[in-house]
Write a protein that binds this ligand. Structure first.
Ligand SMILES: NC(=O)c1ccc[n+]([C@@H]2O[C@H](COP(=O)([O-])OP(=O)(O)OC[C@H]3O[C@@H](n4cnc5c(N)ncnc54)[C@H](OP(=O)(O)O)[C@@H]3O)[C@@H](O)[C@H]2O)c1
Length: 243
């Protein structure tokens, strides 16, 4: 039920961090995986057979998806994991520029990838949009990220409606605090590290591998009747009231 054997998957944001782990894990579950990010190479080699392509998801991505579909026959799984978190900025012009760049990479680009993949997705296909707990709770000092991830959460539900009749499922995977480059600063800061740890029910940060089971579930036939759902993987962060 959880096997991805015979499926073709595209994972964006896969040169490192969460996207890398999901690409590698989805390949281990049997899929043919095409991993995309801007870096010329992934930071470290994949453990499983993964085809890596250097590309910017905020550029013209359509021809690359067409090429993948022509080479591999179709696209069964799309994981939109590419994302950026830009620092909060007091100065107006930089704040606006950061906001617009956040929306472009974190919201418009996943939609562009959905548009590019859809013509090649047979019934039974699955799209997973990596959102964030920042799509359901307010986090400080990053308005563009909050707006983009909240938007991606609702884009997921809208596309679940639009694509449902074609048998394509669209779900969101919402991580809590996971130790990657994106969170390296707060992980290294003893106070912030402890604050984030204590905000979970499980009293620990997440690892990239904590997301893999949920991703395989959403990608596989095990979730055949689930679409438009937010699967929150946050160690209980959003369940907890008093910290
Ligand atoms: N870490 C967390 O705690 C956390 C929590 C909630 C949600 N998330 C989400 O999870 C996803 C992955 O985050 P992460 O923590 O793994 O961050 P990360 O370590 O900074 O990795 C981000 C990935 O996205 C790629 N990327 C960025 N801009 C791109 C672009 N324009 N085109 C193609 N690829 C691009 C990066 O590769 P290149 O630089 O090589 O392009 C890299 O592979 C993001 O969507 C993030 O918002 C993370």
């Amino acid at each position: 039920m959880f096997s991805l054997a015979g499926k073709v998957a595209i994972v964006t944001g896969a040169s490192r961090g969460i996207g890398f782990a999901l690409a590698d894990g989805i390949a281990a579950a049997g899929a043919t995986v095409i991993a995309i990010a801007r870096s010329p190479q992934p930071r470290v080699p994949f453990s499983n057979p993964v085809r890596y392509i250097s590309a910017d998801v905020s550029g013209a991505i359509g021809p690359l998806f067409t090429d993948v579909a022509q080479t591999h026959g179709r696209i069964d799984i799309l994981v939109n994991a590419a994302g950026i978190s830009l620092p909060g900025e007091q100065q107006d012009e930089a704040a606006l520029a950061n906001f617009e760049r956040s929306l472009k990479v974190n919201l418009t680009s996943p939609f562009a990838c959905c548009l590019a993949a859809r013509p090649y997705m047979p019934p039974g296909s699955s799209i997973i949009n990596v959102t964030s707990i920042g799509s359901v709770v307010g986090l400080p000092d990053n308005p563009g990220y909050a707006a983009a991830k909240g938007g991606l959460r609702m884009l997921t539900k809208g596309l679940a409606v639009d694509y449902g009749a074609s048998g394509i499922r669209v779900n969101a995977l919402a991580p809590g605090y996971i130790h990657t480059d994106m969170t390296a600063k707060s992980f290294a800061d003893l106070t912030l590290n402890a604050q984030r740890r204590k905000h979970t029910c499980l009293d620990r940060w997440g690892t990239v591998d904590d997301l893999l089971g949920a991703a395989i579930f959403l990608a596989s036939n095990a979730s055949a009747y689930i679409t438009g759902h937010d699967l929150i993987v946050d160690g209980g962060w959003t369940a907890k009231g008093l910290v």
